[in-house]
Each structure stands twice: as C-alpha cells, then as structure tokens.
Design a protein around this ligand. Structure first.
Ligand code: ATP
Ligand code: PRP
Length: 205
C-alpha cells in the first residue's frame, strides 16, 4: 500500500491532472465526500487530502509515503526526514517583501508581518537587518496599512492582492512552486514502487 498526502485548495486542483496523466485517478464522489482517506482507481494507492502545511508533517513521520506541497511550506518546515524529489511546476508564485513604499524598509528594527517566520528570519539575517516578526496566519497585506508592521513577507502571483491594498512588491526572496516529497526512510524500503510513481509523474510534466 502507498499513501500519498495531497494539499487541499489550489494545489489540489493543479495536482489531479498530473496524477491522472501518471495513471492515478480519484473519483469525484471521493473528492466531494467528507472522507479524509480517499480511494483511488488503484487498489494499492490511497490519498489523503489535508492542509498544505500539514503535508510535510505526515510525510516526515511516515504517515504518508509521499506528498505534494508548496516550496514555501517546505522552507518553513525544514527538510528533516524528507527528500524533495520533483519540482512539479504548479501553483507558481514568489515569496516577496512588500510594503507601502520602499522607504518603509529603512528602519533600525524592521517590523515584519508574516506567516513565513523562518524564511523571513533567514532572508533578513543574511542582509544583516535587525527585525521583529509579527506572526500572522493570513491577510498579511492588512498589517502595513493599519500600522501593525513596516512590511510583509508573503506570496505574490499576479500582484493584484498587493495592489488592491496599496502595497508594492519590493524584494524577491524565493521562487515558489509545488514539490513532490517522500519520507526518507520509506524511500529506501519502498524504493521501486516510489520510483515508478516519480518517473510516471516526471515524464508527463
Ligand atoms: P492554509 O489553508 O493551510 O492556511 P492557504 O490558505 O495558504 O493554506 P492556499 O491559498 O490554497 O492555502 O495555498 C496553498 C499553497 O498554494 C501555498 O502554500 C503556495 O505554495 C501556493 N499558493 C498560495 N498562493 C498562491 C498564489 N497566489 N499563486 C500561486 N500559488 C499560490
Ligand atoms: C495568496 C497570498 C496572497 C495572494 C497573492 O492568498 O497569500 O495574498 O495569494 O496572489 P496575487 O498576487 O495573485 O494576488 P490566497 O489567495 O491563497 O488567500 P489566503 O492567503 O487567504 O488563503
């Protein structure tokens, strides 16, 4: 049996066609049900659909053999017990610093609102900038507008969300896309089975 952890939401929508091309299908009744462990067209493959941030946790602990989640999530979680095998090229965006204008970044201690605490710390540490992190779980764009922070570190795709809130993208931290990850120990014990799936997905990218 192979268990694959998928991120619900926008990544799932873009993952299903990739899996289908590799021969794995999940019926709409399964996807639309309240079930968390879903059957697939293959007897020996099950899928769990969870929040993107939980995918590396399930895979690291071997509760799922493989998983698909965003690079932003992996940068926060760390690579302990995981191998990143493929860049799937889906859910592409950029992790960026944004503010009302460039001058707002000129602070002795820069106040940053973000849910990407580790990535923000690493980035500003490299620049030698002293920072204070204000951890948020969403709606980061609001923080500079209401004076909660000088800037944000968040994902940017079209830039529409920044624009709608009077912010501008200023500094690029990382290119983000979804990645296929595998449990490091299970990659050894189930190597043939996992490699077959990786090849199947890779050749259809
Ligand atoms: P959660 O529900 O766990 O808090 P979320 O609300 O951020 O997560 P989504 O918005 O579906 O969930 O984002 C999941 C992943 O999709 C992100 O981790 C990132 O990799 C990618 N992503 C997020 N926003 C964008 C975007 N605007 N364009 C492209 N990819 C994105
Ligand atoms: C993501 C991200 C930004 C927005 C960027 O939010 O957190 O707010 O997308 O995309 P854009 O540059 O194309 O506007 P999402 O839509 O996932 O909403 P959420 O953070 O509330 O989940």
């Amino acid at each position: 049996m192979l268990t694959i952890a998928l991120s619900k939401g926008r990544i799932l929508e873009q993952t299903l066609p990739l899996l289908k091309k590799a021969g794995l299908e999940i019926a709409d009744e399964e996807l639309n049900s309240r079930k968390l462990i879903l059957d697939t067209n293959l007897d020996d493959v099950k899928v769990i659909v969870i929040r993107a941030t939980d995918v590396p946790v399930f895979v690291q602990h071997g509760a799922a053999d493989m998983g698909i989640t965003g690079k932003d999530v992996l940068l926060e979680h760390g690579a302990n017990g995981l191998f990143e095998l493929l860049d799937l090229g889906i859910a592409k965006c950029k992790l960026m610093v944004a503010a009302i204008d460039k001058n707002k970044l000129e602070q002795n201690t820069l106040k940053i609102a973000t849910k990407y605490v580790n990535s923000a710390k690493r980035y500003f540490e490299t620049k030698g900038q002293q920072i204070e992190i204000i951890k948020l779980y969403g709606a980061m764009e609001l923080a500079p507008v209401v004076g909660l922070a000088h800037c944000i570190v968040d994902l940017v795709d079209t830039g529409n969300t920044l624009k709608a809130n009077g912010l501008v993208p200023l500094e690029h931290i990382e290119d983000i896309s979804s990645r296929l990850i595998v449990n490091a120990a299970l990659f050894k014990t189930k190597n043939a089975q996992i490699k077959t799936w990786v090849k199947g997905i890779e050749q259809n990218l």
